[in-house]
Design a protein around this ligand. Structure first.
Ligand code: UTP
Length: 291
């Protein structure tokens, strides 16, 4: 079955990026000239997703404005000479997908946010793209996961190995290699203590879920951080019929923490079509001054 619907949870408080995120949603923080969430919507659109539900919260209406038409700005660009390309790129943002919104009234966790997507999703499998995880690559990451869903017919998680000292901040998967970059995932744990680590494979920002996840979420008690954890619900799927892990290709930037944002700016900046070469020269010169 082709996956056509996606959910982007973007209602978190972004406390790790304060004070930048006091009034500005972290999902709207740019990498150079594009907000993180636009990279994510573009990735979904390139993967064949046509309908997207973005979960927002109080103070995040700016996300809706970004994906809406902007008549005054568009008129101004049309009247100015040599701005056709910019005009087209601005209009294109509002045509990427059919986007709707729902508000999460309290930040009770990623699992709680996903529950709000039940009526949008209906009885179909759907993609989830975490609103602060930007993944850049030739082959869109969520498209790789959707193909795995079609191939194996089970829920899919995007996984990558993380350094041992970092795993306690992420989730940890019990995996068996199937073939190529595909794995069977038979168990998982969120933010494991050292004795609970199952492997260094962690879910990084993307999954494809069957609609059965909603029934499981309703019976999921608050877990780590007293939040309803999506990982706790996916664990039920993993332990039951199993899930497929895809060690996806592409570079992931965590826009939910300050160092992640900094790395995104440097790496995306160095590859920027307009001024990448100039920026690389600057970095090389600057690196010489580092001790
Ligand atoms: P995070 O746990 O990274 O987001 O969730 P957070 O809660 O904003 O982080 P900190 O710890 O306060 O800095 C991953 C994604 O899930 C969304 C976030 O917006 C982010 O895109 N999320 C998280 C929700 O939509 N609702 C929630 O209750 C929690």
């Amino acid at each position: 079955m082709k996956i056509k619907k996606a959910v982007i949870p973007a209602a978190g408080l972004g406390t790790r990026v304060l004070p930048a995120t006091k009034a500005m949603p972290k999902e709207m923080l740019p990498i150079i000239d594009k907000p993180a969430i636009q990279y994510i919507v573009e990735e979904a659109a390139k993967s064949g997703i046509t309908d997207i539900l973005i979960i927002i919260s109080r103070g995040k209406s700016i996300v809706e404005d970004h994906f809406d038409r902007a008549p005054e700005l568009e008129r101004k660009l049309l009247e100015s000479k040599g701005k056709e390309e910019l005009y087209n790129s601005i209009v294109e943002i509002s045509n990427l997908a059919n986007i709707t919104y729902v508000r999460q009234q309290e930040p009770k966790g990623l699992g709680h946010a996903i529950m709000l997507a039940e009526s949008f999703v209906g009885d179909e499998p759907f993609a989830v793209l975490y609103g602060d995880d930007v993944i850049i690559g030739e082959d869109p990451a969520i498209g790789q996961l959707c193909r795995a869903y079609e191939k194996f017919g089970k829920g899919v998680v995007g996984i990558k190995e993380v350094p041992k000292e970092m795993i306690s901040k992420y989730s940890s998967m019990k995996v068996e290699h199937i073939c190529e970059n595909y794995f069977n995932v038979t168990d998982m744990v969120e933010k494991p203590s050292p004795d609970k680590i199952l492997s260094l494979y962690s879910i990084l920002g993307r999954c494809v879920l069957p609609p059965e996840i909603f029934g499981i979420l309703k019976n999921t008690a608050p877990g780590a951080g007293n939040e309803i954890q999506l990982t706790d619900a996916m664990k039920v799927l993993a332990r039951g019929e199993g899930m497929t892990g895809v060690d996806f290709t592409g570079t992931r930037y965590d826009m939910g923490n300050k160092l992640g944002i900094l790395k995104a700016w440097v790496e995306v900046g160095a590859n920027h079509p307009e001024f990448g070469d100039e920026f690389k020269e600057y970095i090389k010169e600057f690196a010489k001054t580092l001790k």
